[in-house]
Design a protein around this ligand. Structure first.
Ligand code: NAP
Length: 220
């Protein structure tokens, strides 16, 4: 089958390998947010489609037979577009969504509805590991009383708008010890993150549990 995977996360890479091995003609679509994305099995296309209309056009022109939404659970717009494009074209849509992390014994989560609430919850003079996409950093600039350790995959092209901060460039480690070492070395008091689910970014949750650190967690 001609399959279009809307990807950008680890599970989408794994899915592409599986479907290519099964003999499907697979194209993975990436938004183009990371500078040097990991090569994906099969074909790759990069960049937005141009809304629902663009996605519909792409599906028709490329005779896509199956559309798979395997995007990040907090990437909302592309998922809405996928549903609409599937309805318009009649092409079957499969949604592969990650389950959220479940709170475990020892976890100290402060669950909030959105990033504004997360920002307002941060106690005065806290030291925060901000584990979010770079597009969300600006929201925290009013918290001049707080130190932020900002983790991002690529070095930012423009200056970060936060008052007191340090950058931590690279993907999160999936090693508990490494994540613990980062939290301890930077005297982190809280983590701010979203309940993304999956295994790739879970080590920080385990490290926080071990160190008894609270996590300000944006729920799904
Ligand atoms: P979004 O808000 O849902 O999408 C915004 C726009 O970006 C979409 O309307 C679409 O542009 C384009 N786009 C998004 N995903 C695309 C894809 N896979 N292929 C082609 N175009 C795409 O998405 P986002 O939150 O910015 O996330 C962008 C990508 O990063 C997604 O692929 C997602 O899986 C990945 N990602 C996101 C997060 C996160 O925290 N949001 C974390 C890790 C990975 P057009 O309307 O022009 O088509």
């Amino acid at each position: 089958m001609k399959v279009l995977i809307l990807g950008g996360i680890k599970e989408a890479y794994q899915l592409a390998i599986k479907l290519v091995n099964e003999g499907h003609d697979v194209t993975s679509s990436l938004a183009g947010r990371t500078k040097e994305p990991k090569p994906v099995e099969g074909k790759t296309r990069i960049g937005g489609f141009g809304g629902v209309e663009g996605l519909v056009k792409y599906i028709k022109e490329n005779e896509v037979e199956l559309l798979i939404d395997c995007t990040h659970p907090f990437a909302k717009q592309i998922s809405v577009n996928a549903i609409k494009a599937s309805k318009i074209t009649g092409v079957k849509l499969k949604i592969n969504s990650r389950e959220p992390w479940q709170k475990q014994s020892g976890d100290q989560w402060i669950e909030v509805k959105n990033l504004d609430e997360a920002r307002d919850y941060i106690p005065k003079n806290a030291r925060i590991l901000l584990a979010l996409g770079s597009q969300y950093i600006d929201l925290f600039k009013t918290r001049k009383d707080v130190f932020f350790l900002v983790r991002m995959i690529d070095k930012p092209e423009t200056q970060i708008s936060l008052h007191d901060h340090q950058l931590l460039i690279g993907k999160p480690s999936n090693d508990l010890q490494q994540e613990q070492a980062i939290l301890e070395a930077n005297k982190i008091t809280h983590i701010v993150c979203r309940n993304s689910g999956g295994t790739g970014a879970y080590a920080k949750i385990e490290a926080a549990r071990k160190l008894k650190l609270p996590i300000i967690m944006v729920s799904r």
